[in-house]
Design a protein around this ligand. Structure first.
Ligand code: BG6
Length: 277
């Protein structure tokens, strides 16, 4: 399983061919922005815990609730790397996945996915899905971004106020009042096209997640018990991460007719609140 390391005056990053998964990114001078578990497993057919998994063609157990593997097959397979370019210290890595590399009887279509990850003073992720089949298909998709935080119990997320969400833990629909905060397990799918800002007082910084082509934002933190239950997740690591995922899931799934394409884009940026010395 190959991975490419970026180390320029602008940014440090790493991306694996396994799932075309970003594993690391931090602009020069910043602490890591993308989180990777110290218990992550790097093996065939195993999802890497952390980074930015690409969920496709379904999210979780899918709209039927019966799909497997969780979050689809795209994060479990090797994506051929088709291009690597560098400009002014920003490195862009392109991976392409088609039915020739990954097929599943639950998604029996010809498709082409192009993932582009640019590691610079921002992290820009673009995912293009094309229908190369002769029949229409529908899919769910998400860039499952694990963000590194100083202390999950003190962060807040702004930008989702007033958005309706499906609380997956309680299986009920709720409208968000005020910023999102964490004092227990959180697993929510918001209907929202808005950008969000993660405020992190412990690291004295804010992380902005700007997006386009996405009508869902998923917020997840496993908290104490679920962390202990996951073999590839440290018992205390729930404090170190928060997932703010950009996608089109549930009733926001995308339908493409033959020849059509859909693009989703995420731009992650960080601003420090510390006075510069
Ligand atoms: C989130 C889901 O996106 O991913 C959660 O909303 C899930 O329900 C989490 O637990 C992690 O999923 P996985 O398959 O990587 O363990």
């Amino acid at each position: 399983m190959g991975s490419l390391i970026v180390d320029t005056p602008v940014a440090i990053g790493r991306i694996s061919d396994h799932g075309a998964q970003v594993l690391q990114w931090q602009p020069s001078g910043a602490e890591p922005v993308i989180w990777l578990s110290s218990h992550a497993v790097f093996a065939r057919d195993v999802a890497i815990r952390g980074g930015v998994p690409i969920c496709f063609p379904w999210f979780g157990a899918g709209r039927s609730g019966a799909m497997s593997p969780a979050h689809g097959f795209a994060r479990l397979v090797t994506w051929p790397c088709t291009a690597t370019t560098e400009q002014d210290g920003t490195v862009t890595v392109v991976h392409v996945l088609t039915q020739e590399q990954a097929v599943d009887p639950q998604f029996p279509y010809c498709y082409r996915m192009t993932s582009s990850a640019s590691f610079g003073d921002e992290l820009t992720l673009t995912l293009l899905v094309e229908n190369t089949d002769a029949t229409p298909f529908s899919f769910e998709v998400a860039l499952h971004t694990y963000l590194a935080v100083g202390d999950a119990s003190s962060v807040s997320i702004v930008g989702l106020e007033g958005a309706e969400y499906h609380d997956k833990l309680l299986d009920r629909h709720v409208v968000q009042a005020g910023p999102v905060t964490f004092d227990g397990e959180v697993d929510r799918v918001y209907s929202s096209t808005s950008d969000v800002i993660l405020r992190d007082p412990a690291l004295a910084r804010s992380v902005t997640i700007a997006k386009s082509g996405s009508a869902s934002t998923i917020v997840w933190n496993p908290w104490v018990d679920k962390s202990r239950a996951m073999a590839d997740f440290g018992d205390e690591e729930w404090r170190d991460m928060v997932c703010v995922e950009t996608g089109n899931v549930g009733d926001r799934a995308i339908t493409l007719h033959p020849g059509e394409a859909h693009e989703m884009k995420v731009i992650v940026s960080v601003s420090s609140h510390r006075p510069s010395s």
